[in-house]
Design a protein around this ligand. Structure first.
Ligand code: PHE
Length: 341
């Protein structure tokens, strides 16, 4: 036994020393340490020995096994370094990285300008009820102006504030904020809105708006103009022009629609501005006294202005995108073009 152990040890260490590949090492591992190895066979003789030899040879065989295992592992370690050559000059594997959606980027860029003026951001809820979406905004039940804000109603039981619905504009954010906070207020509120429009190149049943409003004592239309002009100069260009056209919204009085001079053709006429030189970007006005009243803000003491702009449309004009559906199709070839815009 003694002799056999010595012989196996010498032979194994010798062969391990000469081995040149990982594969040979694995073969040696099986040969010397596997179930059918000589060492296993020697172990199986131990139960037949007398007790003094049992202890002695059991111990020696274990040491032998351990010695061979260590030698195999050490040799494998030296191959690892040799075989795994790293060529640092190879080009790195490319990986697909996501990009921020152009509409998220546009929304953030718009909000940022108002935040810099001290406006706080409030994100309202997409599920609203009739009171917040209409009544509190001076759009009474059965009033024809509700048709202009065609609405998705939810199929759930109605409550005290009317039917549940998907908000058709971000103006209900005005109500939520004015109910909770006291003036002075300067708030910007971005979010998704929903209208059951037939989907085409310029309509989608879901789109994005940014609402802004300001309430304090002594607020007038000049403040609204000043804030919007500041926005347009920063968002478009310092030499942009604004045009206010009288309009009607139930929740503002007086109301206006605002156009910016077309920054693509510099008012020479192009397809983006439909040869008009002007592009409509938002609706606005002085908050109607009834709206302030609905939120328990005294309209005799406080005034406010409000505006709402369509983010999809602003992004389409800015980047010359001619179909709103492109925003929602998740085609990476389209979306990747707006990385870091
Ligand atoms: N809520 C209006 C719309 O969706 C926009 C608007 C907001 C107009 C605030 C005036 C004041 O068209």
């Amino acid at each position: 036994m003694e002799e056999k152990i010595k012989q196996i040890k010498e032979q194994a260490l010798n062969e391990i020393d000469r081995a040149e590949t990982g594969q040979v090492i694995e073969e040696l591992r099986v040969r010397y340490l596997g179930r059918k190895s000589e060492i296993s066979q020697l172990f199986s003789q131990i139960p037949k020995m007398d007790s003094a030899d049992k202890g002695k040879y059991g111990k020696e065989l274990n040491i032998l096994k351990q010695t061979i295992a260590t030698a195999l592992d050490e040799k494998t370690g030296t191959f690892g370094a040799k075989e795994e050559k790293i060529d640092l000059t190879l080009p790195a594997a490319s990986f697909q990285k996501g990009t921020k959606h152009v509409l998220s980027h546009t929304t953030e860029a718009i909000c940022r300008i108002f935040e810099d003026l001290g406006f706080i951001v409030y994100e309202g809820t997409e599920i609203e009820n009739e009171w917040h979406n209409f009544s509190a905004l001076n759009i009474p039940l059965e009033h024809p102006s509700r048709d202009a804000f065609d609405t998705f109603y939810l199929d759930v039981p109605e409550k005290r504030e009317g039917k549940y619905l998907l908000r058709s504009h971000t103006s209900p954010s005005q109500i939520h904020v004015m109910k909770k906070l006291k003036p002075p207020l300067a708030v910007i509120s971005p979010g998704r809105v929903y209208r059951p429009d037939k989907v085409d190149a310029s309509h989608s049943f879901m789109f994005h708006q940014v609402e802004g409003f300001c309430v304090d004592t002594d607020i007038n239309f000049a403040h609204l103009k000043g804030v919007l002009l500041h926005f347009a100069r920063r968002y478009y260009s310092p030499d942009v022009k604004l045009r206010f056209r009288p309009h009607f919204f139930p929740f503002t009085e007086p109301s206006a629609e605002v156009d910016v001079s077309c920054m693509i053709c510099h008012q020479k006429g192009c397809s983006v501005c439909s040869q008009k030189g002007w592009i409509e970007i938002l609706g606005c006005g002085m908050i109607h006294p009834n709206v302030l009243g609905a939120c328990h803000i005294d309209p005799k003491k406080y005034q406010g202005f409000a505006f709402g702009m369509g983010v999809d449309r602003i992004a389409m004009q800015k980047y010359g995108i001619n179909d709103i559906r492109l925003f929602y199709e998740n085609d990476k070839r389209f979306l990747d073009q707006f990385d870091e815009v």
